[in-house]
Design a protein around this ligand. Structure first.
Ligand SMILES: CC(C)(COP(=O)(O)OP(=O)(O)OC[C@H]1O[C@@H](n2cnc3c(N)ncnc32)[C@H](O)[C@@H]1OP(=O)(O)O)[C@@H](O)C(=O)NCCC(=O)NCCS
Length: 153
């Protein structure tokens, strides 16, 4: 299955919202995706022109916060989550941005596994950060400065 990653467009939002509602108990509103598109770090992953995943976040200097990532249920555990995060990291490294952060529900084993595989470590806890259902968030982070240094040599 050959995947393609491209920038998210406003026309994608109805399809993304279908996935979002299916995958998250407390799903995002359309406006949140519009904001992410405007912040310029929002991407979709397609297979045969069908969106099966997305990722977005925002950059502040050399830091990047991943705000959302999802892979359609039928395509999970096939490596696409990893492909999306690695794509974003590689793009950001090109822009000399090397610190990545995100929040994840404590109970979200799939996401925690994905981030663990990508080298993220726990750096904090936000009490009752999530609603519907209420839950603590684990704050994860990773610092890829070594890769930037290696690229420079
Ligand atoms: C989290 C999510 C994006 C992972 O996407 P994915 O495409 O299934 O992940 P990958 O196939 O790239 O898997 C990455 C690693 O995590 C592991 N993993 C993924 N899902 C897992 C699960 N349910 N249980 C255990 N391990 C899991 C994989 O085995 C893989 O490890 P490997 O490299 O040893 O094979 C996907 O489960 C999803 O969309 N979940 C709903 C939305 C969500 O929770 N988003 C995260 C918000 S923080």
């Amino acid at each position: 299955m050959k995947e393609k990653i491209r920038e998210m467009k406003r026309e994608d939002i109805p399809n993304i919202m279908k996935m979002e509602k299916e995958l998250f108990a407390a799903s995002w509103e359309e406006e949140m995706f519009i904001e992410e598109i405007e912040k310029q770090y929002a991407y979709v992953l397609e297979i045969k022109n069908k969106i099966i995943g997305y990722i977005c976040g925002w950059k502040l200097l050399d830091e990047f916060n991943i705000t959302n990532i999802a892979v359609a249920p039928d395509f999970q555990r096939k490596g696409f989550g990893k492909v999306l995060v690695k794509f974003l990291m590689s793009k950001l490294l090109d822009e000399k941005c090397f610190k990545f952060f995100l929040e994840v529900r404590e109970s979200n084993q799939a996401a925690k596994k994905l981030y663990d595989k990508l080298g993220f470590v726990v750096i904090g806890l936000r009490k009752n950060y999530y609603h519907s259902p209420e839950e603590d968030a684990m704050v994860l982070g990773t610092n890829l400065i070594k890769i930037i240094k290696k690229r420079a040599t």
